[in-house]
Structures are given as structure tokens and as C-alpha cells.
Design a protein around this ligand. Structure first.
Ligand SMILES: *Cc1c(COP(=O)(O)O)cnc(C)c1O
Length: 379
């Protein structure tokens, strides 16, 4: 049996006609840049995320970059974030000449540990970027409280968590000053190429992001500020509008897969026998329906690399998000962090393993994955 990490072709197959019709309409109208599908998608995604405004942008990375630009963050500023995230979170801070300041993560959820925040704040701190990793919200209440106390902005990196809800029911991206989404193809709502969105409740910031998206141009060829080309293509917006209608169904299917994995692992004895750790959905106990959206189903295991190779040989694809925490990346040597600076993130980077996940994953495939993992530890 072959089990891909994510089967996008299978997910798109039933949507083929709908997608082709949407793309043909864009071709007929030929409004390829900021056509009406972009505004339509912005309205629908903002509403989906419980935000007042949405601004479509060229990628999740550019969403982070333009959000930081909208807050005028630059040289001399510090922005606090997690070392256990995709590079773009910190890279965007650095590209503006500001300094990423890392704080360690929680061992259960791998999201920013709010208990370490206060100690990392200096007079130069301007913002905090919590990351809703693997589809689960960071612990926003204490993060927002610290931010309010120190007058800091909060940019939510919700690239992996569209539709995820915090314990009070608020959705990823809607709680901070600005929220950033990615429509990279493998994300829960992915386009047929790159794309992203900034969401916010703040009208003035929304206007500022809109301006920055088109080189600060208002009216055209009169530049009020220095921005960039951060636009979302009409073609991507059109395909994303089609896919957005299926997102709740896909999220429900992801949750069902997560439950199936949990049952299979419980029956396997692997938790007790080898210390395998399952993902912790922190907020499920609160009775919130839309909690974890399982962008990834990530276990933590001993002998991870050997297990990965074993699974690969048996047709099972896995991935490691992320193998080297950001504070230990070669490009960040000059930040002065060394091994041991963030022990929870460092341990996670050696143990985490993302298993196949997605709306088209079958129960048979899942059983095969768990059986094969059990076979590995029995040898
Ligand atoms: C995917 C991702 C991004 C970047 O999004 P792109 O659309 O690939 O530029 C940023 N942060 C996190 C946590 C991500 O997973």
C-alpha cells in the first residue's frame, strides 16, 4: 500500500469541473490583477475567520512581511516569536532589519510558551508573533494579556490554522492586531499556486496593508509610502473561492482522521511501550467544536530517523516540521543563541514526525500506518 503525506490530486479530482469553470471565467474577463474574485474572496475569508477585513496577498510569507510593514517595524525593533516554526515567521522580521527574539514552546502543543514572554521583553520590543502550529491555536489569552500590558502588537501566524478556534470560540487570525494566512497548496485551504491573506479588525491597518500591497500607490503612480507588489492573483482567488466552500467538510474529515489515529494508537500499546506521544488538542476539553483543524497530525517518537526510513521503505510518506529550530539555523548564528537555549524546541525538533493526513486519507491507510509503526518497534 502507498500512503502519501497528503493526496492533493485525490482532493481536487471531484472539483475538476468547478475549478475549470472558475478559471475559464477569469480568462474570459481577463481582469488578472485584483479582479472581482479577489474582493469576493477577501470578504468570504474574513467572515470565515471572524475578522472585519481581509486583504489578499501573494503568499503567507508576504502576509507576515506586509503585516510587519503596516506596523512600521524596522531597524532597532525586536519582535518576539517561536523558534519552532517555518522559517518565514522569523525571516520576515529579519528582512525588515528588525531582530527576531525567540522564546521556547510548550512541550504539549509546540506553540509559544506564554510563561517565558515577559522575560524576553525589552524597551525595543514592538510585537509578538505566536504561531498556530499544526492547526491548533497558541494559548492566546495570556499572550494577549502580556501584549496589552506592554503596549505590543500581536501578529498571529495562522498559516496552518484557518478555521481553528481558541477556547472561547474565536478563530485563528481574529484575535491579534493582524492575522496572516497562507494559501500554499498543501495548507488546509490551498490554491493552485502561491497566495495568502492578512485579516484584521482594524480599519486603518487594513487600509495600510492595501496601500502597501500596491507599492504604496494612491492614486496610481503617486506613492504615499514604500510598499511592494504583494498582490494575490485573480486566478488564485477564483480557485480558492471554489475550494473555500469545501473547507468545513475537509476539516471535519481531518478531525475524523485524527480520532481514528487516536483510537488506533490507543489500541497499539505504543504510548505505554515505547513512549510515543500523540498530539495534544488542548481545547477539546472545553467543548468547542472548531478547535484543532489538524493541518498536520504530529506524533513524537524515539528513533525517529530509523522509523522514517522504515516507513518510507513500506510506502508511507512522513515529514519533519521542523528538523532544526530557527535559533540554530546557520543564517541566525549572529543572533548569538547556542544549543541549549530553547530545550523544548530542540527536543521537539528531534522527535516530531508528521504522519499522512488529509481529507482523502482512508481508514485502511491509517491502520496500515499504525501497524507499520508497531512493526518497527517490535523488531
Ligand atoms: C506555510 C507557512 C508560512 C508561509 O506561507 P507561504 O504561503 O508558503 O509563504 C508561514 N508560516 C507558517 C507557520 C507556515 O506554515
Amino acid at each position: 500500500m502507498r500512503v502519501p503525506l497528503l493526496d492533493l490530486a485525490a482532493q481536487h479530482a471531484p472539483l475538476r469541473q468547478e475549478l475549470l469553470v472558475a478559471m475559464a471565467r477569469v480568462l474570459e474577463r481577463s481582469a488578472f490583477i485584483l479582479g472581482e474574485e479577489v474582493a469576493e474572496l477577501e470578504a468570504q475569508v474574513a467572515a470565515y475567520c471572524q475578522a472585519a477585513y481581509g486583504i489578499g496577498v501573494s503568499s503567507g510569507t508576504d502576509a507576515l512581511l506586509v503585516a510587519l510593514m503596516a506596523l512600521d517595524i524596522g531597524p532597532g525593533d525586536e519582535v518576539i516569536t517561536t523558534p519552532f516554526t517555518f522559517f518565514a515567521t522569523a525571516g520576515s522580521i529579519s528582512r525588515l532589519g528588525a531582530r527576531p527574539v525567540f522564546v521556547d514552546i510548550e512541550p504539549q502543543t509546540y506553540t509559544l510558551d506564554a510563561a517565558h514572554l515577559e522575560a524576553a521583553i525589552t524597551p525595543r520590543t514592538r510585537a509578538i508573533i505566536p504561531v498556530h502550529l499544526y492547526g491548533q491555536c497558541a494559548d492566546m489569552a495570556p499572550i494577549l494579556a502580556v501584549a496589552a500590558r506592554h503596549g505590543l502588537a500581536v501578529i498571529e501566524d495562522a498559516a496552518q490554522a484557518i478555521g481553528a478556534a481558541y477556547s472561547d470560540g474565536r478563530r485563528a487570525g481574529s484575535m491579534g492586531t493582524l492575522g496572516c494566512l497562507s494559501f500554499f497548496p498543501s495548507k488546509n485551504l490551498g490554491g493552485l499556486g502561491d497566495g495568502g491573506m492578512v485579516v484584521t479588525q482594524d480599519a486603518a491597518l487594513a487600509e495600510r496593508v492595501r496601500l502597501l500591497r500596491v507599492h504604496g500607490s494612491q492614486p496610481k503612480y503617486y506613492h504615499q509610502t514604500i510598499g511592494g507588489n504583494f498582490r494575490l492573483d485573480t486566478l488564485q482567488a477564483a480557485t480558492l473561492l471554489v475550494k473555500l466552500h469545501h473547507l468545513d467538510r475537509w476539516t471535519a474529515a481531518r478531525r475524523a482522521c485524527a480520532q481514528t489515529y487516536e483510537k488506533l494508537f490507543a489500541a497499539s500499546g505504543l504510548v505505554e511501550q515505547v513512549g510515543l506521544r500523540l498530539p495534544t488538542a488542548r481545547y477539546r476539553a472545553c467543548g468547542v467544536v472548531y478547535d484543532h483543524v489538524y493541518h498536520q497530525f504530529v506524533i513524537a517518537v524515539p528513533q525517529r530517523e530509523a522509523l522514517r526510513a522504515f516507513l518510507h521503505q513500506r510506502g508511507i510518506e512522513t515529514a519533519v516540521y521542523y528538523p532544526l529550530p530557527l535559533h540554530l539555523q546557520p543564517c541566525y548564528r549572529d543572533l548569538g543563541y547556542g544549543p541549549g537555549a530553547f530545550p523544548v524546541a530542540e527536543r521537539a525538533s528531534q522527535e516530531v514526525l508528521a504522519l499522512p493526513m488529509g481529507p482523502t486519507l482512508s481508514a485502511e491507510q491509517q491502520a496500515y500506518v499504525v501497524d507499520t509503526i508497531r512493526e518497527f518497534y517490535r523488531r
